[in-house]
Write a protein that binds this ligand. Sequence first.
Ligand code: NI
Length: 177
Amino acid sequence: MAKLEVITYGHPILREVAKPVGKVDERIHSIIRDMMDALLEEEGIGLAAPQVGISERIVLIDLSKSGQTTKMALLNPEIIFSSKDMVPYEEGCLSVPDVWGTVYRPSSVRVKAKTLTGKSILIEAEDILARVLQHEIDHLNGKLFIDYLSEEDKTKNAEKITALIEENRKKLGHVAL
Ligand code: NI
């Protein structure tokens, strides 16, 4: 089993549009097992495959860190309905460590996805589940929560963000912001 490392802001994969998952084979199962380990270790509530350097449309959700039992692995998740009302919430992201800021998002969403058994499902989500689904699906489209921050929150976090960019520039020789 491969240990997956969470990549951080500045890494170009985080800005790519991830590829849809086709056949659910052993390779996909293995990616999901490794992502579960990474999510557990990082103590997050959600993880998208691009965050571990895999540009494919796979999302894991585990709300146990926020006191709920919901756990799911979703393939090709897609938001098919968003409520009109926008609600604020203080977000963070494993790929943008130590950065926090207020993001407004629709309070509820309907998401279409496939499960690991290839079954199509519809998820009616509100509260924290709606929040994390939108955040993780954004990752599949090369979007990050910091894109939505107010100027004030951007300024507040500027040093940490610059440090992440520099770290990736040193490691990779190039970055994608
Ligand atoms: Ni994230």
